[in-house]
Design a protein around this ligand. Structure first.
Ligand code: IPE
Ligand code: IPE
Ligand code: MG
Length: 245
């Protein structure tokens, strides 16, 4: 959505690093798993809020390439939670007009999870209100490497490899680059999220722990985004003509 002065009122594409689930649980003397469980509910809330605000793409970081380093019970808890979330929320997401797309390396996940992802994508493929990209077993570096491999396999000659051409092979080539990047949980880093796509994205870091994130925090991030002056390397206004020229 664009205002009269041409500035985006609402970002078309929002990317979120949903961080802070473990600390949310710890504060309540609960196992980390409960934080992840609450995190799923926060995601469903935020999906609805994005639809209400006419945001077209929401990309969420659900499991990074590096999250395999966590204790095995946490990793298996997360995998089980994803399966449970798909069976619990898939129909609702479909009714809401959400198209689900999974981005990341699917080779390393179980057949059961891979099948659930395929089912979620197939069941929502016709929806167009909001595209929800779930980055799972995803890393920005993985994405660049897989794109390079795919370009080589497609026979793209080195002389033809440009930013635009390589971009066609990136995992989210169907979506515009994110306008707004939000990270909850207080850390101020990218943690290998969409490295290629965030070249000119506006960043908002929030201390809010992900399970507590909702409409008010989303609106605050959008408000901060609106105040940014996006120049994309250019200048704000045309340079004044040189005196006497
Ligand atoms: C983010 O929350 C969710 C995943 C990485 C799956 P964390 O689990 O990283 O929560 P904190 O950062 O330990 O609080
Ligand atoms: C980033 O959070 C990944 C996800 C939210 C899925 P992490 O908690 O894994 O990031 P670091 O380890 O603090 O950088
Ligand atoms: Mg974390």
């Amino acid at each position: 959505m664009v205002s009269e002065n041409g500035k985006a009122v609402v970002p078309r594409h929002v990317a979120i690093v949903m961080d802070g689930n473990g600390r949310w649980a710890k504060k309540r003397f609960l196992p980390r798993f409960f934080g992840h469980k609450q995190g799923v509910d926060a995601l469903v809330r935020v999906v609805q809020a994005c639809i209400d605000r006419e945001i077209e793409y929401l990309t969420v970081f659900a499991f990074s390439s590096e999250n395999w380093k966590r204790p095995s019970d946490e990793v298996s808890g997360l995998m089980g939670l994803v399966l449970a979330a798909v069976s619990r929320y898939l129909a609702r997401m479909g009714d809401m007009g959400v198209r689900i797309r999974i981005v990341g390396d699917r080779d390393a996940v179980s057949d059961k999870l891979r099948n659930a992802w395929n089912e979620a994508e197939a069941a929502t493929a016709h929806n167009s209100k909001l595209t929800l990209n779930v980055a799972f077993n995803y890393g920005g570096r993985w994405d660049i490497v897989q794109a390079a491999k795919a370009a080589i396999k497609a026979g793209v000659p080195a002389e033809e490899l440009s930013e635009a051409r390589l971009g066609e092979f990136m995992a989210m080539s169907y979506a515009p680059d994110p306008d707004l990047f939000i990270r909850t949980g207080g850390e101020v880093r990218i943690s290998n999220f969409m490295l290629w796509q965030v070249a000119y994205t506006e960043f908002v870091f929030s201390d809010c722990l992900w399970p507590e994130f909702g409409e008010a925090q989303l609106d605050a991030a959008i408000e901060a985004f609106r105040e940014r002056d996006r120049r994309f390397g250019g200048v704000k206004e045309a340079a004044p003509a040189l005196a006497g020229a």
